[in-house]
Design a protein around this ligand. Structure first.
Ligand code: NAP
Length: 248
């Protein structure tokens, strides 16, 4: 499933799932534009280049239209095209519903849903001209089942699925596919350093039929398929990558 010579943008690529997606894209031969709010994204660039492709690290905020449009322009100025966009940046702070403030709500909806809208709109305008593109949105199995303490997060990730379907319809005539992935609990650096998450994850583990937590690579491998030419007849879909948690 070679992506040789293609150009991808991955948001939230300094760490976790986004970093692994970037490295897998690089392994398949794609040049990768890394976008994250933290400077650490420059470390991912070194690892991308170690895989024999080119890349660019951009520090910015997915909720800021100017940052998003600057990144789109920098990617096109540097590589001449964008073939693949992965909207991965996301936050998942927990708060009981009855204590949730408007500010808590806005922060999560802004990063997870508005950020996906802003980046997709900016990059799709370029993809439409080229009549080719792959947009992959990282949702969550929290779009399908409810989780206490995550009302804002569940709503944002269900919103990403709705956005994916509508975009898929409008962009299909231009050779652009738009799909979403719903990971279940995935072991990332952030998760392994948070003791409260560790406790949650032990509970998750008992409810995952395949008997293990997910790895960032489990998600990245699905991204590679959706980013490839081989997935051209799939659009507007949500692919669940959760070891069977939601069918338990
Ligand atoms: P992570 O380890 O926290 O990495 C996310 C990266 O995105 C971080 O570097 C983060 O920076 C960055 N980011 C946050 N807000 C941003 C913004 N406004 N603009 C640009 N970058 C921003 O997260 P992850 O666990 O890999 O999750 C990645 C995606 O998968 C998220 O959309 C998440 O909802 C989804 N997901 C994760 C799991 C899981 O179990 N891990 C399960 C289902 C879905 P900071 O460090 O400053 O926040």
């Amino acid at each position: 499933m070679s992506l040789k010579g293609m150009v991808s943008i991955v948001t939230g690529s300094a760490m976790g799932i986004g970093k692994e997606i970037s490295l897998r894209l690089a392994e398949e031969g794609s040049n990768v534009v890394l976008f994250d709010i933290v400077e650490k994204v420059k470390d991912t660039l070194r690892e991308v280049k170690d895989r024999g492709v080119d890349g660019l690290a951009i520090v910015g905020d997915v909720t800021k239209r100017v940052d998003v449009e600057r990144a789109t322009k920098d990617a096109i100025d540097t590589f001449g095209e964008i073939d693949i966009l992965v909207n991965n940046a996301g936050i998942y702070p927990t708060k009981p519903f009855l204590e949730m403030t408007e500010d808590d709500w806005d922060k999560v909806l802004n990063v997870n849903l508005k950020g996906t809208f802003l980046f997709s709109r900016s990059v799709a305008k370029h993809m439409v001209q080229r009549k080719y593109g792959r947009i992959i949105n990282i949702s969550s199995n929290a779009a399908i089942v409810g989780f206490p303490g995550l009302a804002h997060y569940c709503a944002s990730k269900a919103g990403v699925v709705g956005l994916t379907r509508a975009m898929a319809l409008e962009l299909a005539p231009y050779g652009i596919t738009v799909n979403a992935i719903a990971p279940g609990p995935i072991e990332t650096e952030r998760m392994s350093t948070s003791s409260s998450q560790q406790a949650d994850y032990q509970a998750f583990l008992r409810a995952i039929p395949v008997g293990r937590l997910g790895k960032p690579r489990d998600v990245a491998n699905v991204v590679i398929f959706l980013a490839s030419q081989e997935s051209s007849f799939i659009t507007g879909q949500l692919i669940v990558v959760d070891g069977g948690y939601t069918v338990h």
